[in-house]
Design a protein around this ligand. Structure first.
Ligand code: CAA
Length: 282
């Protein structure tokens, strides 16, 4: 089946970025979220990002043409016309289960479901649906409009046909797909998150200040941003969730989340999105 209409569930940082990239690539997009505030924020963020990319000549079409391809909705049933689903809701198994089961009841069995989960087992999420053969991981990086990589993750039951179709879709969206196997954190977060977690341990133990740790990694290792600034960009709650998945998945103490990370999440310091993380944002 030719994919023309993409249904995206969750209009947070990742969902809105994915919607922007899909609409820029010419797909019709349904972007659903239960929160009107989140949908309003998505319109604003997508508009601002498109302005930047158009100004730099990286996007050639008019902003309004691209935006006209995105239909924002609070109503999940609007997604029943979708040719493919990208689930990008909060990184919690129970929330994802509820959404995936609702979609499974709504959409014909031939429609492929993908999930943008950053670490949860694809096989487990696929098993919540009646189409585990047409289900796989399609993991984008933040900020989605700027980062070229997507990870493709097959669950135990994902068919080769599904994999090929989703790989082609990722390429049409201008991304470079890399295949990862279904282990906790896949490739990206298996490597990135322990580095961020270790940077937080270094801060907690007083090895260096926030600025010192980030400067060492930027100027010493040529990372585009330091691990603490990156944690703020990703969201400290997301980082903690991923560390928990690694820790529970491997039962190896090397993945234990840093107590300072946990404390900051408890305090509501979630990074850029809450105005405060390791840095303050106005
Ligand atoms: N859309 C359009 N333009 C954007 C943008 C967006 N979403 N975000 C930033 N920009 C623009 C900025 O406005 C800026 O433009 P000007 O130069 O015209 O001012 C330009 O990009 C550069 O931005 P900055 O000056 O703020 O900073 P930078 O040069 O460091 O680039 C960055 C920003 C691309 C984010 C870069 O720092 C970077 O690549 N950082 C690492 C990101 C990364 O590692 N992402 C993966 C996270 S892990 C993940 O996502 C997976 C997971 O499951 C958790």
């Amino acid at each position: 089946m030719a994919i023309k209409k993409i249904g995206i569930v969750g209009a947070g940082t990742m969902g809105s970025g994915i919607a922007q990239v899909a609409a820029t690539a010419g797909f019709d997009v349904f972007l659903q979220d239960i929160s009107q505030d989140q949908l309003d924020r998505a319109v604003h963020v997508i508009g601002k990002s498109l302005d930047k990319l158009i100004e730099k000549g990286k996007v050639s079409e008019a902003k309004d043409t691209i935006l006209s391809r995105i239909k924002m909705t609070k109503d999940l049933t609007v997604l029943k016309e979708s040719d493919l689903i990208i689930e990008a809701v909060f990184e919690n198994v129970d929330v994802k289960k509820q959404v995936l089961q609702a979609l499974d009841n709504l959409l014909p069995s031939e429609v492929i479901f993908t999930t943008n989960t950053s670490s949860i087992s694809i096989t487990k999420l696929a098993a919540f649906t009646s189409r585990p053969d047409r289900f796989m991981g399609l993991h984008f990086m933040n900020p989605v409009p700027l980062m070229t990589l997507v990870e493709l993750i097959k669950g135990l039951q994902t068919s080769s046909e599904t994999f090929v179709q989703v790989k082609e879709l990722a390429e049409k969206m201008g991304k470079v797909p890399v295949e990862a196997n279904d282990f906790p954190g896949f490739i990206s977060n298996r490597i990135l998150m322990p580095m961020i977690n270790e940077a937080i341990f270094a801060l907690m133990e007083g090895v260096g200040t926030v600025e010192a740790i980030d400067t060492v990694m930027k100027l010493g290792m040529n990372h585009p941003m330091g691990p603490l600034a990156l944690a703020d960009l990703i969201g400290l709650d997301v980082c903690l969730n991923i560390m928990e998945v690694l820790y529970e998945g491997f039962r190896d103490p090397k993945y234990r989340p840093c107590p300072l990370l946990r404390k900051m999440v408890e305090a509501g310091y979630l990074g850029r999105k809450s105005g405060r993380g390791f840095y303050k944002y106005s």
